[in-house]
Design a protein around this ligand. Sequence first.
Ligand code: FMN
Length: 173
Amino acid sequence: MELFDVMIKRRSVREYGDEDISDDDLDKIIKAGLLAPSSRNRKPCELVVVRNKKTLRQLSLSKKSGSAMLEKANAAIVVVADSVKANTWIEDSSIVLTYMDLMAANLGIGSCWCQTHLRYSGDDKLSEDVVRGLLSLDDNYRIVGILSLGVMVEELDSHEVPIISDSVVKFMD
Ligand SMILES: Cc1cc2nc3c(=O)[nH]c(=O)nc-3n(C[C@H](O)[C@H](O)[C@H](O)COP(=O)(O)O)c2cc1C
């Protein structure tokens, strides 16, 4: 698919079938994340791939809301960034998540960004602390989010091709 077509087709998919996504597809999604650019090429991000059902359920409880899809996901990729390596860990992690999300859409795999940074669990703990604890990570690791992945049960409507209007895009002289 052309990159523009992938962007038009990409949707946040939160319902998944029971089948496994293939190792080959998972590999491509991981490699897309590893291809993401980073400020000063510091590459602070590491990926933790979770396929274990118990851990997926625990991750789904890391937030009050907006993380339920992780329980039924076939895999989740937690993007963890060493904040000592780069103070741009938010930006760098966000690009990694976006690249992987786009590759998943390209492969027809359902995916959704689950925000961890600045969010809280049902018992009012910082979601980052909950996820860091689950993955036994040191405090210098910061977690912007998790990408949930699974076989799509229903294809969501594609986006409309955006209209370039002067309310959001200004062409300067
Ligand atoms: C920074 C960011 C955080 C997000 N966090 C969540 C989340 O925690 N849970 C969720 O279900 N979706 C989350 N999403 C997905 C958005 O809700 C979704 O992208 C938006 O509603 C537009 O829908 P679309 O992705 O299908 O175009 C997040 C997306 C972004 C970019």
